[in-house]
Design a protein around this ligand. Structure first.
Ligand SMILES: CC(C)(COP(=O)(O)OP(=O)(O)OC[C@H]1O[C@@H](n2cnc3c(N)ncnc32)[C@H](O)[C@@H]1OP(=O)(O)O)[C@@H](O)C(=O)NCCC(=O)NCCS
Length: 147
């Protein structure tokens, strides 16, 4: 399978929101809303989306958020946030390719530390992260609204 990993183009955003809808059950309305949101985020240098392409089809993506440490300004951080592969193409190594490409890109940008957010139920995502050298830490979450 000839998978190409590249930065997401504006015209490919609907394919990504389709994947979001399938993978995270965010619903059609939110998927539609996220098209405009991702378009804005692509203009912003703080967010990068890498897409996995098979021919012209988007079969996976990873969202990388870049941020700084206010108390150690020399430190550049990244967080891998949303990450999904199309259900038809899972367990074929595409998730690993996306994660590895995102790590390589961060290294190239001089990022000092990467975090990956995932919930305890996302065991496959955890496996991908651990295969890429990420170490499990502890983080706490407080939901302030129902959504
Ligand atoms: C998480 C996800 C992106 C992984 O993508 P993928 O392309 O299926 O992953 P890979 O094929 O690269 O597999 C990576 C590892 O997981 C293992 N794996 C993949 N699918 C598996 C399955 N169904 N059961 C058990 N192990 C599995 C692979 O064997 C591989 O581990 P190994 O190299 O040690 O053998 C994909 O499963 C997905 O989209 N899940 C739904 C969305 C999600 O949970 N996203 C993460 C939270 S943000």
């Amino acid at each position: 399978m000839n998978i190409i990993i590249d930065k997401l183009n504006t015209q490919d955003i609907p394919a990504v929101t389709g994947l979001l809808e399938k993978s995270f059950r965010i619903g059609k309305v939110n998927a539609q809303k996220s098209i405009a949101m991702i378009k804005e985020m692509l203009k912003d240098k703080q967010d990068i989306f890498l897409a996995a392409k098979l021919g012209s089809e988007i079969v996976g993506f990873i969202h990388i958020h870049l941020h700084r440490d206010p108390f150690r300004p020399e430190m550049k951080h990244a967080t891998f946030w949303y990450f999904a592969v199309s259900p038809n193409y899972r367990n074929k190594g595409i998730g690993m390719k996306l994660f590895e490409a995102a790590v390589t890109m961060c290294k190239g940008m001089g990022i000092n530390e990467i975090r990956a957010t995932t919930s305890v139920s996302h065991t496959i995502a955890q496996r991908v992260a651990e295969n890429c050298g990420f170490k499990r830490g502890v983080s706490y979450k407080l939901k302030l609204t129902e959504n």
